[in-house]
Design a protein around this ligand. Structure first.
Ligand code: ARG
Length: 484
């Protein structure tokens, strides 16, 4: 009997190894697809600096991310019977977000490359696109082939196939990689670089929009790239659904219509620059102030705790506080933001961009405030503690009722400076897509195809904000001074 069972099992195992697809077919669902169905929401990541693929435009008086990639995303969501949610990130942050589960797929004009295939999977292609070189109009005759760029400064978007082309095919060129396309155009127009490698539709949009750029007749060897949707590995069901939608788009030639819609939105010109883009700046300023406010408030709580730990007699507490403060002050805020945002994702916590940004800024500010508070406490005359103790207060009470209030008053100017600093520094959280001022500046650049003016405007806004706050703080200080 036993032997019979054994024989049966062996046969089964043999069969299974001969027909591997049996086990694949049994896989009727995958974790990502299940999550999408359960939440009823498809989260698509993109970098909206790339008209006509994806960019910001005003639709019925409201800001929206539009473009033919968005139309594709809408179709896929509809075919899957779920709602679409768009997450906007820098192009170089998209694959990280996909791998840590922040987004379900990337639809961002992303080309299939060997390197990316090591990390993620791709759908069937939906668009084949030519690679072009944008130059200043005066130089249009100067560059005819990739060999003409020896010693020439050339720009490309960070971590894109254009960056690879510039490095590999434009031999001898000096490549500058930036995160945002509008910044590249800015550099080109202002003669910091002499050429930008772009995909054809984007290059053409800039030619239409600006009088001083042109497309050079340069051909690349690897000049055609295949655009597809990036998804996580081992998600067969999701992939099948995505491919079905793409097949329909290709069979019914839907992309043409999507492109026409995008082009119409890209070049609508009925309002002045300010009418059109002021709302972006206002909403950005709101987030910047919120970040600074939360940052200083929680920074003060964290900072006071750290300061007390650092002043405590307990060696361990002291060590922890010193380690934290040194670590935070010794690493860039940019890195801390990525660690909080993606790190919490790895730990299974699903923080929103704004919450992650607030936490990172607060933790960072805490380290600086700790030093301010400690200096403030140390500056309170020792006699104060001694007098309090001799009145019968214990150490804690003396700290709480006598030393701390005086310390706070001493450090108010320094805290005010910290507030001003955070207003400026919080601009870094734009990298994870929190829509504060710098982020919105990028949006305005992308939507207006004006690379420079938005920076001038945002600098003025920052200046007005920090200047007003410094004045207010000065006033408060003088008031407190009078109280003395
Ligand atoms: N196709 C290029 C790549 O995959 C560039 C895509 C850039 N996309 C964007 N939304 N900025 O590298």
């Amino acid at each position: 009997m036993k032997q019979k069972v054994k024989a049966c099992l062996t046969i089964l195992m043999l069969l299974a190894s001969i027909f591997p697809f049996v086990s694949v077919q049994a896989e009727e669902t995958d974790p990502i697809y299940e999550r999408i169905q359960q939440s009823g929401e498809l989260v698509v990541g993109l970098s909206a600096d790339y008209g006509p693929y994806e960019f910001h435009a005003e639709v019925d008086g409201k800001d929206k991310i539009v473009g033919f990639d968005v139309s594709i995303a809408e179709k896929i969501a509809k075919d899957m019977g779920v709602k679409l949610k768009i997450e906007e990130l820098g192009f170089d942050a998209l694959l990280g977000a996909l791998k840590t589960g922040k987004i379900d797929m990337v639809i961002s004009g992303m080309s299939i490359t060997e390197e990316r295939l090591k990390e993620v999977d791709f759908s069937d292609p939906y668009y084949i696109v030519k690679q072009k070189v944008l130059v200043r109009k005066d130089d249009a005759e100067k560059f005819k082939s990739t060999a003409d760029f020896n010693g020439i400064p050339v720009g490309a978007q960070k971590q894109t196939t254009q960056e690879d082309l510039a490095k590999n095919e434009m031999t001898g060129s000096e490549v500058t990689s930036l995160q945002k396309v509008p910044d590249l155009i800015n550099n080109l127009i202002n003669q910091k670089i002499d050429a930008v490698v772009l995909e054809e539709p984007i290059a053409e949009a800039y030619v239409q929009q600006s009088d001083n750029v042109a497309i050079a007749p340069v051909e690349f060897e690897q000049g055609e790239k295949v655009t597809a949707i990036a998804i996580s590995k081992n998600t067969p069901v999701l992939k099948q659904h995505v491919n079905e939608s793409i097949a329909e788009i290709n069979d019914q030639d839907l992309l043409d219509g999507y492109l026409k819609d995008a082009n119409k939105l890209m070049f609508q010109e009925d309002q002045t620059f300010f009418q059109k883009y002021l709302p972006y700046y206002l909403s950005g300023a709101k987030y910047t102030i919120l970040l600074a406010f939360v940052g200083v408030l929680f920074g003060m709580i964290v900072g006071s705790l750290l300061a007390l730990m650092k002043l405590s007699k307990n060696k361990l507490l002291r060590f922890l506080a010193i380690a934290y403060i040194e670590y935070v002050r010794g690493t860039p805020l940019l890195v801390q933001i990525f660690i909080v945002y993606f790190g919490t994702g790895v730990l299974g916590l699903d923080l929103s961009k704004l919450v992650a940004g607030c936490i990172a800024v607060s933790l960072n500010s805490g380290a600086y405030v700790a030093e301010i508070v400690r200096a403030g406490i140390n500056a309170v005359n020792k006699g104060q503690t001694e007098a309090a103790r001799s009145l019968g207060m214990n150490q804690k009470e003396a700290m709480r009722y006598i030393v701390f209030p005086q310390a706070i008053k001493n450090i108010l100017p320094a805290l005010g400076n910290e507030f001003v600093t955070i207003i400026k520094e919080s601009s870094v959280v734009s990298v994870i897509g929190v829509s504060e001022l710098i982020f919105q500046t990028g949006v305005v650049q992308g939507a207006s195809f004006k690379p420079f003016l938005p920076y001038v405007i945002v600098s003025l806004i920052y200046f007005v904000m920090t200047f007003c706050i410094s004045r207010l703080l000065g006033l408060a200080e003088r008031r407190l001074g009078v109280n003395d």
